[in-house]
Design a protein around this ligand. Structure first.
Ligand code: SF4
Length: 195
């Protein structure tokens, strides 16, 4: 059976920014635009995205939450199903060169740097009300809730599981540094010829 050359596994909100927990802001739109531009330049690139685990668990919109809170809410089970999907497709397509792009700071899809916070101090009571807020108010409340989160040098829950099962080059896309992230991604993706 033929084998795929280059494959890019990418968090779906990097292509469709409206999946992001509080809705799409400028940096999400800029990141998606840059990434889609890259994909348009290489129609032969095999693209694998996956169902957004946070959407499956909590729907849209949802307040920001650190990795520890998502553990408590049951993300590991959802992430396990998504990780199995990614593992299966990669095993079947056997790409010669595989790059997996997560989202810096994501409790779920960070490849290297997630967000950490106390699950005891999290305002669970604000989760339901968050869904009824209009976009501007959601953004303001999201900033307030996320104020106490800290970066932590470990993957998000999904990428932790994927890393245990799939070998490849893992990157975090930093939406606060779209240009820098694109340079790192292009270097990882296109090094070594056509794969
Ligand atoms: S769970 Fe992953 S795909 Fe979904 S919004 Fe968060 S980073 Fe993006």
């Amino acid at each position: 059976m033929s084998r795929v050359g280059r494959m890019l596994v990418v968090a779906p909100c990097l292509l469709v920014p409206y999946l992001v927990y509080r809705g799409a802001g400028e940096k999400e739109l800029a990141a998606a635009s840059a990434l889609r531009g890259l994909l348009c330049r290489d129609a032969g690139l095999a693209l694998l995205s996956y169902p957004c685990p946070e959407f499956i668990l909590l729907g849209f919109p949802r307040p920001p939450a650190p990795r520890e809170v998502y553990e408590r809410l049951g993300m590991r089970e959802v992430a396990g199903k998504v990780a199995a999907f990614i593992e299966r497709v990669v095993a079947e397509e056997r790409p010669a060169h595989l790059v997996l792009v997560g989202v810096r700071g994501s409790p779920t899809c960070a490849a290297h740097t997630t967000s950490s916070g106390s699950p005891e101090e999290y305002p669970y009571h604000r989760m339901e009300g968050f869904k009824d807020l209009e976009k501007g108010k959601r953004f303001a409340l999201a900033r307030e809730i996320a104020r106490g989160f800290l970066p932590a040098s470990r993957p998000g829950i999904l990428f932790e599981l994927v890393k245990e099962r799939v070998e490849g080059t893992y990157l975090d896309f930093d939406k606060d540094d779209v240009q820098g992230s694109m340079e790192v991604l292009e270097a990882a993706l296109f090094r070594g010829g056509k794969g």
